[in-house]
Design a protein around this ligand. Structure first.
Ligand SMILES: [Zn+2]
Length: 119
């Protein structure tokens, strides 16, 4: 089992910064429209394991379809850093765009295919 680590990261220009504790055991490779077009790979974490350190006022929220997932992007550089949503049982969850983690190498991550297009 991968260990939990506290990771830092942010958007491209650096105005939005976060700290997150995750083991990155499950990273999505999802075929839904937004993950495909934005190139998103998410890791899901409990909200208490995700802290915005900077840039909370510099985020734009994007909603579509059922408005179930609230995508958060930097106003300046446009990078989506995370999204807020809830699990089927109603528990709040943060979907972290793992590409925003400092020093991450996407090619070294194990990705889990998700068939979001057909949900
Ligand atoms: Zn930015």
């Amino acid at each position: 089992m991968p260990a939990n680590k506290t990771l830092t990261g942010g958007c491209h220009c650096g105005l939005v910064r976060f700290e997150c504790t995750t083991d990155l055991a499950m990273v999505t490779a999802c075929n839904c429209s937004i993950c495909t077009k934005r190139g998103l790979h998410f890791a899901f974490v409990a909200p208490e394991r995700f802290q915005l350190r900077a840039g909370e006022d510099n985020l734009t929220e994007y909603l579509f379809n059922k408005h179930a997932i609230r995508h958060q992007s930097c106003n300046d550089c446009g990078v989506e850093v995370f999204a807020r949503g809830s699990k089927p049982d109603g528990t709040a969850v943060v979907a972290l765009n793992v590409a925003c983690i400092d020093g991450i190498e996407l090619a070294k991550l194990k990705m889990t295919p998700v068939d979001g297009r057909n949900r």
